[in-house]
Design a protein around this ligand. Sequence first.
Ligand SMILES: NC(=O)c1ccc[n+]([C@@H]2O[C@H](COP(=O)([O-])OP(=O)(O)OC[C@H]3O[C@@H](n4cnc5c(N)ncnc54)[C@H](O)[C@@H]3O)[C@@H](O)[C@H]2O)c1
Length: 459
Amino acid sequence: MSFFLFYQSCYGLFLFTYPISFSDRAFFCHGRTWRTMLQYGYDERTEILKKEVDPMTPKIQMKTPLVEMDGDEMTRILWKMIKDILILPYIDLKSEYYDLGMKHRDDTDDEVTIESALATKKYGVAVKCATITANAARVKEYDLKKMWPSPNGTIRAILDGTVFRKPIMVKGIAPLVRNWEKPITIARHAFGDIYKNTELRIPAGGKAELVVTDAQGRQTRRTIHEFKGEGITQGIFNTDESIRSYAHACFDYALSVKEDLWFATKDTVSKIYDHRFKDIFQEIYDKEYKTRYEACGIEYFYTLIDDVVARIIRSRGGMVWACKNYDGDVMSDMMATAFGSLAMMTSVLVSPDGNYEYEAAHGTVQRHYYKYLKGEKTSTNPVATIFAWSGALRKRGELDGLPELQTYADALEKATIDTIESGTMTGDLYSMSSLPEKVKVNSEEFLNAIAGRLEKLLA
Ligand SMILES: NC(=O)c1ccc[n+]([C@@H]2O[C@H](COP(=O)([O-])OP(=O)(O)OC[C@H]3O[C@@H](n4cnc5c(N)ncnc54)[C@H](O)[C@@H]3O)[C@@H](O)[C@H]2O)c1
């Protein structure tokens, strides 16, 4: 019996991921004089007690709207709090708002998700709240018309981007790997390979073959295996176009954050498939990036996947690690755990034509939301969502030539980190932090504590 696996040249989408640390980013205060906007009593270790907004306070003006994608459950509650407490008092926020909450996606037959992605293509920068990906339970809970696809999947397909995931590091929460001093950013090529596989079970006595038919109808055939007993086989593919696009995204991203780019495959075993990734990366690096990397003092480093894992563990961190699809899937979860918490991991989708979508890497924190609905105060960690906002505002500032917006973003991140490092934190961090003096606060108290520090930094 023969089995044919057809490899077709096929073009399509792919994706990527990233987390943050403040420790490697200097904070620059441009010495601007800000009129005091908030007056409050402030206890360094706990919370802002009172605040009043001075209506005469000048706010930072924006030129181009930010695409704002609202979301679901507890993160939707945090979204509003972050805007009210940390953003709107300082920025005359220009945003084009899209409600990606589950109910509104259902009401609009998911058109709103598509519109928000198209708006990101138009304006270049978006910030996204975590959203529910519908499953059978959610269809029942929200009485949905159907099981709508993942909004992140829809947005990625339209933007054709790579996701970079980077952890936010703070004193008191040491990475499980003791020598990691700086965050490690993971990029994942989220197109093809086993995620678009074709697989079959093979009965005893079966023969699996790989057959490629070219445009003229000529066939190339290779035997995969002749089976004595039962077995399995799978066919996978990738495209030069997708690999090239991924390579560009990785080279550009590493250059923009001035960090070395590491890439690894198993080309010694996979001499055609994985080797193609290696060759495409090297060719693009030599032609388009070598000079710029050398001028910037960073390097592109290629090695084998097993070697890179060992080197990453021994390293001090501070690099962008580009992964093939499966490696990125596995390694990004390992990194989030090893650096401490999913709630401290941010993510940015970067498209080949220069669009950016910032978000937290975690979900909607459903369990906390049900507590919130019962009227309980929750201690949900808003840090990754704050960094999604600061990342988007900083990028908007860079693109529009607004240094005050970039300064604000730096200050917001510093205020957030300083608050945690001074001992005020949400429950998830409290249970992990080794700081000798620490206080667990609820989300609102935490945001108010950040506001107190932010106010001082911007004064
Ligand atoms: N990017 C996204 O929009 C995204 C990503 C993942 C999951 N989701 C959606 O989120 C919903 C819940 O999914 P889940 O429970 O698997 O993932 P989740 O990230 O919401 O929660 C996973 C675990 O981490 C904890 N956690 C996560 N973020 C936290 C925070 N900020 N503060 C404190 N604790 C935090 C939660 O309490 C939970 O124990 C699902 O409907 C899923 O579809 C969305």
